[in-house]
Design a protein around this ligand. Structure first.
Ligand SMILES: NC(=O)c1ccc[n+]([C@@H]2O[C@H](COP(=O)([O-])OP(=O)(O)OC[C@H]3O[C@@H](n4cnc5c(N)ncnc54)[C@H](OP(=O)(O)O)[C@@H]3O)[C@@H](O)[C@H]2O)c1
Length: 239
């Protein structure tokens, strides 16, 4: 796929982007894609801690450490980016109910507001399959709420990805997720796009959404569409 102007998003070669959640499983896969493809002249990881990267990646990446509880004091970090990618998130098990809502909804919505004020045209949000503001389940309800809040910010383009269970070799121990991943890896041989998606595919779909012409002001990509879009950019090493 040829790099273009980002279909109204202002992305593509030469622009600037930031990544939230770059230390996470999807975020790391996304950083690898962005840095190796050199789609942007400037790539910034905005997070609560510095990443330890070596070699070329370290030189190519700008790192900005922020306090998410005082995000408004870090408006400068969000200045001048064409595209914003958000892979931020925690779990209720890790952060508790209030902490989960704070991170997955409030931090994301505040960051989106700051990004828009800083000139960001295209915001790409990693949400979840089943996101629904009316859901009985907290996780899906919060994902639905954050989708609505981000849409309301009024980006020229907003791409929302709703992946099913993420397949990855997770650094953090999450036993229930690990069991689901083992089972779903087998299921994926029969139904490859239904119940799971590798984080590398999500990352490639995020990149592809920047490169392809805009599918409207707001575009929601369900799991199958993520698989399809992820195939639209060649895997690294096959170009
Ligand atoms: N797991 C699944 O199967 C699944 C399925 C569908 C959708 N999703 C959603 O997809 C998104 C990405 O998932 P993932 O598994 O790739 O993420 P992950 O590996 O859990 O990484 C989450 C990222 O968010 C950051 N973060 C967490 N708590 C934070 C806090 N209090 N303050 C600042 N940063 C914080 C982490 O930073 P640190 O490294 O500093 O902690 C990390 O960069 C999440 O929103 C998740 O809900 C997950």
């Amino acid at each position: 796929m040829a790099a273009g102007g980002g279909g109204g998003g202002g992305g593509g070669r030469g622009g600037s982007c930031f990544v939230l959640g770059a230390s996470g499983e999807t975020g790391r896969a996304l950083l690898r894609e962005l840095l190796s493809r050199r789609l942007f002249a400037r790539v910034a990881a905005i997070g609560r801690r510095r990443l330890s990267l070596g070699g070329e990646s370290a030189a190519a990446l700008e790192q900005v450490v922020v306090d998410f509880e005082r995000l408004s004091e870090h408006a400068a970090a969000f200045q001048g980016h064409d595209v914003g990618f958000c892979c931020l998130g925690t779990t209720r098990a890790k952060a508790g109910r209030a902490g989960f809502i704070r991170v997955d909804r409030d931090y994301v919505a505040q960051a989106a507001e700051l990004a828009r004020a800083g000139g960001c045209k295209h915001f790409i949000l990693q949400s979840s399959q089943g996101a629904n503001e009316h859901s009985y389940y907290l996780y899906l309800r919060v994902k639905g709420e954050v989708e609505n809040l981000v849409q309301a910010v009024g980006f020229d383009r907003c791409t929302i990805l709703r992946p099913a269970v993420l397949l990855c070799t997770r650094q953090e121990s999450r036993p229930a997720e690990w069991i689901a991943q083992q089972f779903l890896s087998l299921v994926a041989r029969v139904f490859p796009t239904a119940y799971s998606v590798p984080v590398e595919t999500v990352a490639r779909a995020m990149v592809a959404s920047v490169l392809k012409p805009g599918g409207g002001k707001v575009e929601v990509l369900e799991n199958k569409a993520i698989h399809e879009l992820g195939k639209a950019v060649p895997q690294q090493g096959t170009e």
